[in-house]
Design a protein around this ligand. Structure first.
Ligand code: HPA
Length: 284
């Protein structure tokens, strides 16, 4: 399904179904990328809602994405964690994979932390690095697959949203400070999203490097576009799970197993970084 357009009523049905399952009132959303699900185990007094029990929610179809909402306390905040996301390559429309972001907006969530596993394009990056996302290249959107295509819902935001500061500068500054205090290196750069599911050819990687991408994945950009449309502040962090292959090679390949494995070394630092940022958020 390439396109489907949801109504405010449908977004609202999903939001109400979630609110009926928890007495927590989350203000911060977290989306966990491939292999990063263990972060959700940190949530205290958790209420768990499987995506399958929420009207209109897309269901995760791949390993490493549990498909549950975990709502509870983390670092003194009330959060709603998406343990697993869905991707365009799974066969869903852009509108459906980003539906959870609009549902968060209706629930009053004002800040979204997005994480993903990504391939490192910047030659300075190593597997296991964390990269603060400073901006993105919406290649898939440029090709026409923008989640905001279709009737604009003015209740969420304008027809032509500004994207000049999609990743909140204050949250970025906080993340840099927290990483420095924790004593670990935080890379930064531009993320780009391809539709997948095939990984990139070496020529794709040369192209992506030439246009200014530091990391590549198959997610995040649609969610951030919808977050920005609805005025949600975004912090984005990529876990560099592998470095991109830049020459045809018989003895190296990129695999999903490698991506999941890297998650194990990435998660502990990602947890400390995100908890540190949560603690520093101004009270609302
Ligand atoms: N390419 C695209 N998506 C990815 C990669 C990659 O190398 N690693 C993790 N997600």
């Amino acid at each position: 399904m390439c396109n489907e357009f949801f109504t405010l009523k449908e977004y609202d049905e999903a939001a109400q179904a979630i609110q009926g399952r928890t007495s927590h009132r989350p203000q911060i959303g977290l989306i966990l990328g491939s292999g990063l699900s263990p972060l959700a185990e940190e949530v205290a007094q958790a209420d768990v809602v499987p995506y399958s029990e929420i009207p209109h929610f897309p269901l995760s179809t791949i390993e490493g994405h549990a498909g549950k909402l975990i709502i509870g306390g983390l670092a003194g905040r009330t959060v709603m964690v998406m343990q697993g996301r869905t991707h365009y390559y799974e066969g869903y429309s852009m509108q459906r994979i980003t539906l959870p972001v609009r549902v968060m907006q209706l629930m009053g969530i004002h800040t979204l932390f997005v994480t993903n596993a990504a391939g490192g394009i910047n030659p300075a990056f190593r597997p296991g690095d964390l990269m603060l996302i400073t901006d993105h290249i919406n290649l898939v959107g440029m090709a026409g697959l923008n989640p905001l295509r279709g009737p604009n819902l003015d209740e969420f935001g304008p027809r032509f949203p500004d994207m000049s500061q999609a990743y909140d500068p204050t949250l970025q500054a906080t993340a840099r400070r927290v990483a420095a205090d924790l004593g670990f290196n935080l890379q930064e750069g531009v993320y780009t999203c391809l539709a997948g599911p095939s990984f990139e050819t070496p020529a794709d990687i040369h192209f992506l490097r030439a246009i200014g991408a530091d990391a590549v994945g198959m997610s995040t950009v649609p969610e951030v576009t919808v977050a920005q449309h609805g005025g949600t502040r975004v912090l984005g962090v990529s876990g560099i799970s592998n470095v991109a292959i830049t020459e045809p090679s018989q003895d190296r390949e990129t695999t999903h197993a490698e991506v999941l494995e890297a998650g194990k070394v990435i998660v502990p630092r990602l947890v400390r970084l995100l908890k540190g940022v949560l603690r520093e958020l101004p009270p609302v």
